[in-house]
Design a protein around this ligand. Structure first.
Ligand SMILES: [Fe+2]
Length: 240
């Protein structure tokens, strides 16, 4: 009788661990310290600005305001994903979800070719982020569920004069590096390797950026798909 009970307990524990393993793997890659990089691992490139500012109104109608009280105060901003952009400001998709952006970022990174992800696979393959008073992003590593390396391109679209919301990174010597990005410029970096954050915004100021994920191979294997499902659940429940 006791042998059966022990086997049932072992089976339940194994099942639970198996179900939790994508979540545990995501936690490890998101937070366990890595070697990080240097300022030179964040690559700058020039890119045209949009000819319209219609996207500024899209946050009110299609944006997702993050609730920092649900995520241990690690993330506060308003986000507009691919679907919101497609409905409200498709002209921005034309400009930034493009071969031209892939080429500019690939050239800056010194890699042969970079690819966009499929919005049907990841609705966050491109998104806008707006930082107003109190908004910020705590230090983190980006996740990557693809077979290849994922790079993040960040391009500011609108920055008010006294903006305090800046892209910063911690380098491999544990020093905080401020990485200013001017309008008409973008940066591209391996966010899985480089620990980075966005500093807090003050009253009356605003910063809007477009973020595009680029891959040398965006395909996912089964493990990547499970981890992405786990990430989507986590993001939803923690308002990330
Ligand atoms: Fe990030």
């Amino acid at each position: 009788m006791w042998v059966v009970v022990v086997w049932v307990i072992v089976a339940v524990v194994v099942c639970l661990l198996t179900m939790c393993s994508p979540f545990i793997a995501n936690l490890c890659t998101d937070f366990l310290p890595k070697k990080s990089g240097t300022r030179d691992d964040v690559h700058y490139f020039g890119f045209p600005m949009p000819s319209t500012d219609i996207y500024m109104r899209c946050f009110d109608t299609h944006g997702d305001k993050k609730d920092p009280s649900r995520n241990f105060n690690t993330s506060s901003c308003t986000k507009l994903d691919y679907n919101g952009m497609a409905q409200c400001c498709p002209e921005l998709l034309e400009l930034y979800f493009s071969d031209e952006l892939c080429s500019a970022a690939a050239e800056a990174m010194g890699v042969e070719k970079l690819y966009l992800n499929d919005p049907q696979v990841d609705v966050n393959c491109i998104f806008l982020r707006k930082y107003v008073e109190g908004d910020h992003l705590a230090f983190h590593y980006d996740n990557n569920f693809a077979i290849g390396t994922r790079y993040s391109a960040v391009i500011p679209l609108h920055v008010t004069q006294n903006n305090t919301s800046e892209f910063i990174m911690i380098d491999r010597d544990n020093r905080i590096q401020i990485m200013p990005i001017s309008l008409g410029q973008g940066v591209v970096y391996n966010g899985w390797q480089i620990r980075h954050a966005i500093t807090g915004q003050i009253q009356g100021e605003e910063r809007i950026v477009v973020v595009v994920h680029l891959y040398d191979n965006p395909r996912m294997n089964l493990w990547g798909k499970l981890r992405k499902k786990a990430r989507d659940l986590t993001y939803k429940s923690l308002s990330l």
